[in-house]
Structures are given as C-alpha cells and as structure tokens.
Design a protein around this ligand. Structure first.
Ligand code: SAM
Length: 211
C-alpha cells in the first residue's frame, strides 16, 4: 500500500524532532545494559541499533513490513548496530518469530505494540522466545489515563491508523503485558512522547521479566 511505503520512507524524518527532544535518550537508556542475544520486535528503520552495548553479541531485528525491512537492511549494510556480523534482519511479524524457545536474553519493543495486529499473540511469543529470567524492555505510547483524551483516542483510532500504518493510539499495552502469562511487569514509568501529537503522547517505559 502506498501509505505504508510513504510511512517507511519518511519515518526517520517525521520522528527527527521527537528523537532529538528525548526519544533517542530513552532508547539508549532502555537497552544500554542488555547483554547476549536480543530479539527486537518491529524494528522499523533500526533506530535502536546504535544504542546496543558491546555486551549484546547478537541482535535479531525482526520487521514484517518490506519497506521498513529494506531500510533496516540498508542501515545494517552501512554498519549500524555493528553491521551484519552482529545484526540479523528477519522479515517476520512479532506474532510468530523464527526464534527457538528460550533463545533470547532480551526482547525489545519500542512503539510497536500499538501496531501489531494480534498484540496478545506477540506478547505470548515474547514469553516463548525469552529464557527464564530474560527481560522484555518496552517504550510504548499507550491509552491515556485521562478519560477525555482516551475518548479521543477511541474516536480517532481508525483515521489515525490509516495515516500511521495501522497504529492504534488507544491500546492499553501495559495492561496487556500484565495479563500475559509468564511475564512479571516491574515498575512502569509514565512519560510523554516528546514533540508528538497529543493522541500518541502518553508513554509507558519499563521491563517485564520472563518468570
Ligand atoms: C511506529 S513503527 C516503530 C518502529 C521501531 N520499533 C521504532 O522504535 O522506531 C511500528 C512498526 O511496527 C511494525 N509492525 C507492523 N506489524 C507488525 C507485526 N505484526 N509484528 C511486528 N511489527 C509489526 C511496522 O512495520 C513498523 O515498523
């Protein structure tokens, strides 16, 4: 679809202000102490790649959209994330990952549970691929705790989704993760997505441990 192609083409430029006003630092803090094998869900254009520390030895960057995956591959070919010796780009949706049970030390999800068509299946799949004690780290824009804004998120869910490649502004992703068997959600920090439209501003950052 043409809009998906445009979304991928202009993703980095649309997000530039948001990255510069705080999202880049949030990404760095989210993954900065990870180690071992990381599986990233819906890695998009690869904006997390350069934040992984040396202790991360393998990054499985999964992304189902062919236009996004093309940009991801180009970034890896340019050496981002350590290049192809460390990063594997896999075209796959988060509901069904080509990763063995317990293979991942960490799963990373940034701004992606809003878009995954079957988010509960993706959460269960994260549990499957994580080793016991492994962590799911997330930065997700979420349903507002303000009922007025949440109502607008419901009202504008469909038109927003058309413009933003299937993104749902009204998802309560933290509740979903709390309800997922095998995940223990720790402290969640509420924040704001910098320089973003009000509809997608409420942000949740945190970690869930694979029991
Ligand atoms: C807003 S972008 C976020 C990209 C990236 N994670 C980031 O932090 O910039 C949402 C991403 O979710 C991807 N996506 C869509 N359906 C998906 C699915 N079933 N599983 C995983 N990712 C999916 C989209 O292709 C897109 O790359």
């Amino acid at each position: 679809m043409i809009l998906d192609r445009l979304f991928a083409r202009f993703y980095d430029s649309v997000l530039k202000d948001t990255e510069e006003h705080g999202l880049r630092d949030m990404r760095a803090a989210l993954v900065g102490d990870l180690a071992g094998t990381v599986v990233e869900l819906g890695a998009g254009t690869g904006l997390n790649l350069d934040h992984y520390p040396a202790a991360v030895t393998r990054i499985v960057a999964t992304e189902p959209d062919p236009h996004m995956a093309k940009q991801l591959r180009a970034k890896v070919a340019d050496g981002h994330g350590g290049g192809a010796s460390r990063v594997e780009v896999v075209q796959a949706g988060a509901e069904r990952l080509p990763v063995a049970d317990g293979e991942a030390d960490a799963v990373v999800a940034t701004l992606v549970f809003c878009t995954i068509p079957d988010a509960p299946a993706a959460a269960a799949e994260a549990v499957r691929v994580l080793r016991p004690g492994g962590v799911l780290r997330f930065i997700e824009h979420v349903r507002s705790s303000d009922p007025g804004l949440a109502r607008w998120q419901d009202r504008l869910d469909r038109p927003w989704g058309v413009l933003a490649a299937g993104c749902h502004p009204n998802r309560d992703t933290v509740a979903l993760l709390r309800a997922t068997a095998g995940l223990e959600v720790g402290e969640v920090r509420d924040d704001r997505l910098p320089k973003a439209p009000k509809l997608v501003r409420p942000l949740a950052l945190g970690e869930a441990v694979r029991a």
